[in-house]
Write a protein that binds this ligand. Structure first.
Ligand code: FEO
Length: 405
């Protein structure tokens, strides 16, 4: 019977049976301005195997795509590479509908799935490096703990040479295209960077180890099939090398100025700081007013930057709430190797600058200039101090970049 949604052929025996979420704009705090996909894959081996599922509201779309190539009741195995609900939200319902013989997950995955769905011990734990036979095909599991959760693993389909990498090498990008080679490279790079910066950055040391571990396995790789965004079937090294590079968190010559403003004073200071940064040697400056720039876009810009300068007026003895929101978010992402400074206007108490300095210090941002405060409206002297602050940070940034080669 024809189906409203059809599977997309990936290889002779593998089909994409996921869902496209065109409308999502907030993925646990990350602005997904281009939507996303939840990728699931069907392996038509002797043991028909479904790799990952989709977010719960998209189950019908996935089941329809599966039914376009095989009766869902013929699914023998389900592999759950990652327990987060964008990939497992409908797992109990799929298990009920398909009645698989086995469901596989990592040991941590079994625990996480049980805690989410109370599946009554129906998930089988597989070990790091374990291989499961699908009859005429084999799948090998490789644990990738904390990428993105403790349960995460990837699955490698021998013969076809496909690495099902769950969140790994993914991006939030809704598209009618299923393969990366059909999407402009600049779009891929931006969305891959945004995904890395907002999801993987805190785990960068583990990314380095995991990339080395996967390379060390010397698996013949024909494709990388992540759970979000397009499938790579050409130039796989491009995305692997980008991840390896981002994980290094090397300082780059760009500076980010993030700020909010009450009556325009801190805005004027931000512009003077930006001028100073360029004069001091920053290669480029991204000025990001938080009234119009989302926290996740600031995180994205910081991925390939080396300086963070934060500005806020003081309101009720505090920094602006949008600035606190940004700092909470960035602290969790653990950006490294940044120089920085702070600035802001105030009326009578002026605590914001010191509070931001304290926060940036906790984040291990190297504060290379004393914060600049301006009372009510910055005069020429205050703006000159802002420019000097920018120059000092710009020079420190240049020195850091030169030292890191
Ligand atoms: Fe796409 Fe960590 O889930």
């Amino acid at each position: 019977m024809s189906q409203p949604f059809e599977a997309v052929k990936v290889s002779d025996r593998v089909w994409w049976v996921g869902a496209v979420d065109w409308g999502i704009r907030d993925f646990h705090g990350y602005a997904t301005s281009r939507g996303t996909t939840y990728n699931a894959y069907l392996v038509l081996a002797d043991k028909v195997t479904l790799i990952d599922t989709v977010k719960a509201p998209f189950m019908d779309e996935m089941m329809s795509r599966i039914a376009s190539v095989v009766e869902p009741a013929r699914i023998d195995y389900i592999i759950s590479n990652h327990s987060e609900m964008d990939h497992t939200g409908c797992l109990p319902q799929v298990m009920a509908a398909a009645g698989p013989e086995k469901v596989f997950a990592s040991k941590n995955g079994v625990e996480a799935l049980e805690a989410h769905f109370r599946l009554g011990g129906r998930v089988t734990a597989v070990a790091d490096g374990e291989t499961v036979s699908l009859g005429d095909a084999r799948v090998t599991f490789v644990e990738t703990r904390m990428l993105h959760w403790p349960d995460s693993m990837v699955s490698y389909l021998s013969g076809d040479g496909i690495l099902f990498s769950q969140d790994g090498f993914g991006m939030h990008l809704a598209s009618t295209e299923r393969f990366a080679d059909a999407i402009p490279r600049d779009v891929l790079r931006h969305e891959a960077a945004k995904y890395y910066a907002n999801i993987l950055l805190p785990f960068s040391p583990l990314v380095t180890k995991t990339v080395a571990k996967l390379k060390g396995l010397n698996l013949p790789l024909a494709m990388i099939a992540p759970d979000h965004g397009p499938i790579y079937r050409e130039d796989l090294g491009w995305i692997i090398d980008l991840w390896a590079e981002w994980a290094q968190q090397r300082p780059a010559g760009k500076a980010v100025v993030a700020f909010d403003t009450m009556w325009g004073s801190t805005d004027a200071m931000a512009r003077a700081v930006a001028e100073g940064l360029l004069a001091g040697g920053a290669e480029s400056v991204k000025v990001m007013p938080l009234a119009s720039c989302h926290r996740s876009d600031v995180a994205t810009e910081l991925l390939e930057a080396g300086a963070l300068v934060v500005g806020s007026p003081t309101i009720n003895n505090q920094m602006f709430p949008t600035v606190a929101d940004l700092l909470v978010y960035l602290e969790g992402l653990k950006p490294r190797n940044l120089v920085g400074a702070t600035f802001g206007s105030y009326g009578w108490s002026g605590e914001a600058v010191a509070k931001i300095e304290e926060w940036l210090g906790r984040m291990k941002v190297d504060l290379v200039a004393e914060g600049v405060k301006a009372r009510y409206v910055p005069d020429a002297e205050a703006l000159a101090a802002c420019r000097t602050l920018g120059q000092t940070v710009g020079r420190a940034l240049g020195e850091r970049c030169a030292a890191s080669g």
